[in-house]
Design a protein around this ligand. Structure first.
Ligand code: IPE
Ligand code: IPE
Ligand code: MG
Length: 248
């Protein structure tokens, strides 16, 4: 699918809004179990929540939304669940490409693509290409993503550049390293939300979230709504971020 050449609308300016929100979409399995259904039923319900949250972003002043869909550790699940999730990702991309493109959403993927199947990789590349001219909302989907894996892969590439003489080792610092991360074009997340009551980050955006604000909420991901998203974005505006400094 070709990019949409028409001029794109702009994200609303909302004072105090988080510019970049990242979400650990957790609780699909428990949501399904509570209903006596297989875990994949919860994953399908979870995938259906994404569109409403993406569409809510421009009104909240959120320019970047990053969602955790599959971690480097999620391969440890049963073969049935992993295959079901991979098939869901393929179906989701196929079904949503047109709507995302027409809604002005630019989609990017982060994570290690090497372990993914060729069909899924092609769909991911095509979706990135089809939405590459958009900029109303920047949606980043993390698939086979792990913060440690990302830093390790970045370090590997950085070491190659040092070995080949392209990078001076004395120039390796806090500015240089993030240029090798999958997220090199994204600002750091201002707000990280985790649904389902777990208060941990499970290897998500380790480097990038050093100074993010966190919201751990009990809602299971398939029950998460644009209204709750709006409340969390509004609450973010009331937080005092100090970044280690003392107010003078
Ligand atoms: C999050 O839901 C989605 C993925 C990790 C793919 P879970 O599948 O982790 O749901 P719970 O935590 O078991 O309820
Ligand atoms: C984190 O959830 C990964 C995703 C939401 C994709 P998990 O359910 O895999 O995390 P743990 O196992 O509870 O830490
Ligand atoms: Mg979970």
């Amino acid at each position: 699918m070709k990019p949409d050449p028409r001029p794109q609308p702009q994200c609303k300016v909302v004072p105090g809004a988080p510019r970049h929100v990242a979400i650990i979409m957790d609780g699909n399995g428990r949501w399904a179990t509570q209903r006596g259904r297989p875990r994949l039923f919860g994953h399908h319900a979870g995938a259906r929540r994404v569109r409403e949250i993406v569409e809510a972003c421009p009104d909240q002043g959120v320019e970047y939304l990053t969602i955790f869909a599959f971690s480097t550790e999620n391969w440890k699940r049963t073969q049935v669940e992993v295959a079901g999730l991979m098939s869901l990702f393929r179906r989701y991309i196929t079904k949503e490409t047109r709507a995302l493109r027409d809604a002005g959403v630019r989609v990017r993927f982060i994570g290690d693509r090497e372990r993914l199947d060729a069909k899924l990789i092609k769909l991911m590349n095509d979706l990135e290409e089809a939405t590459s001219h958009n900029g109303l909302v920047n949606l980043t989907i993390a698939i086979n993503y792990g913060g440690r894996d990302e830093v390790a892969r970045a370090t590997h590439r950085l070491a190659q550049d040092v070995a080949s003489g392209k990078l001076d080792p004395d120039k390796v610092d806090e500015e240089t390293l993030p240029k090798y991360l999958d997220t090199y074009v994204l600002p750091d997340p201002d707000l990280v939300i985790r649904t389902s009551g777990e208060a941990r980050i499970s290897n998500f955006l380790l480097w990038q979230s050093a100074y993010s604000e966190y919201e751990f909420i009990d809602t299971l991901w398939p029950d998460f709504t644009a209204e709750e998203f709006g409340r969390l974005c509004a609450a973010f505006g009331g937080r005092e971020r100090r970044f280690g400094a003392v107010e003078t």
